[in-house]
Write a protein that binds this ligand. Structure first.
Ligand SMILES: *Cc1c(COP(=O)(O)O)cnc(C)c1O
Length: 370
């Protein structure tokens, strides 16, 4: 296992403030990957830091059989924020666990086994989520269960054909992140909703990367006006503290079986999540993501690239000569950290606090790089 380094020059990060990270020599980096989308409110937002510090001083942890004020408040908050009927909350520690729970709950509630997912999908690395993850490299050698049928993302007919009375869940990202930044059309998500309604399968939206305001709405599915039966969220929820959530409709939650986790809803990650949700709301970060994202995409469209796509501050730039070269040059020559999404796509998903000046810096650097 190796760290994320650029050839011979590892970048060791020592501190962070807003969109900026600092290495041990004091060199600044603009974090346009938001550290895997885990810093929607920016690094070390003072409200999140103080919420964590205060909670840590009061109570680091207590077993989940005792309610705590922070967990109860987070349950209420997420229940209110969940789309449609998704007002039942299960808390866990990562994205893959949120999806794992979603699939378990859907299987239990439907009494069925099969899952329909999309080619290029990424849902996590534990066996259940991995079974719905497309990339062969992640699956090789792990004897991944084979109850998942993969369909072409965006092809509504193929999806309708695949979903039947044995389908427990249809699991989709409203915009595929790691798979190359591909957005589903509203019609496609609507077709998924209808196929689930007709067969009794659960529609599960994985909003681990698209959620929390990144695409300009709190949830990307709101853009399409389609409500899932289950929605999963993680990554930025705790500003980097490990927390994920599975938000379920009543019919799923009422028959979800026996599931649990020791760390579920621990006080410190819950405090971080509550503070993060407050910042996203108070600073109107979804609206900022929409505005700055639109500016960013418009500026990027003038560059000599194959394609610019995405929504809000989840943007994919398909480059001609490979993403690795571009990412290395961005980091080492321009002090900008971005992410790949496959071999040819540079993925930009900065903190939702960025402004147009930050966006222009990245566009100028990409232009120089290309
Ligand atoms: C990152 C990601 C996951 C997995 O989250 P982990 O916290 O790494 O387990 C699942 N789905 C999507 C869409 C993701 O982007």
């Amino acid at each position: 296992m190796s760290g994320f380094v650029f050839g011979e020059k590892p970048i060791e990060i020592e501190s962070g403030d807003g969109v900026t990270l600092y290495d041990n020599g004091g060199t600044e980096y603009l974090d346009f990957g938001a550290s895997y989308a885990c810093a929607p409110a920016g690094h070390c937002h003072p409200d999140v830091v103080s919420a964590v510090q205060e909670q840590a001083a009061d109570l680091l942890f207590v077993q989940g059989s005792y309610p705590t004020p922070t967990r109860t408040a987070l349950y209420d908050r997420l229940a209110e924020l969940g789309p449609g009927d998704c007002s039942n909350v299960w808390l866990c520690n990562s994205g893959t666990e949120a999806n794992e729970a979603a699939l378990k709950f859907a299987r239990h509630a439907t009494g069925r086994e099969n899952v329909v997912a999309a080619k290029r999908a990424f849902h996590g690395r534990t066996l259940g989520s991995l079974a719905a993850t497309w990339k062969q490299q992640y699956r090789d050698g792990f004897a991944v269960p084979d109850h998942v049928e993969f369909v072409d993302y965006g092809d509504a007919d193929a999806l309708r054909d695949a979903v039947d009375d044995d389908t427990a869940a249809v699991l989709l990202e409203p915009i595929q992140g790691e798979g190359g930044v591909h957005a589903a059309s509203d019609d496609y998500l609507q077709a998924a909703r209808e196929a689930c309604d007709e067969t009794g399968a659960a529609l599960v939206f994985d909003e681990i990367q698209t959620g929390l305001g990144r695409t300009g709405e709190l949830w990307a599915c709101e853009r399409a006006g389609v409500e899932p039966d289950v929605l999963t969220v993680a990554k930025g929820l705790g500003s980097g503290l490990p927390i994920g959530a599975t938000l379920c409709a009543d019919w799923i939650a009422d028959d979800s079986g026996d599931h649990g986790s020791t760390f579920s809803g621990g006080p410190v990650p819950c405090a971080a999540a509550l503070a993060t949700l407050d910042v996203i709301e108070d600073e109107e970060l979804a609206a900022n993501a929409a505005a700055v994202g639109e500016h960013l995409q418009a500026e990027l469209a003038d560059l000599p690239v194959r394609d610019v796509r995405g929504a809000g501050l989840l943007v994919g730039v398909e480059v001609k000569r490979g993403a690795t070269r571009a990412l290395r040059s961005l980091a080492l020559e321009h002090g900008i950290l971005a992410l790949p999404a496959g071999r040819t796509v540079v993925r930009l998903l900065p903190p939702l606090t960025v402004d147009e000046v930050d966006a222009d810096r990245v566009v100028d650097a990409l232009e120089a790089t290309l």
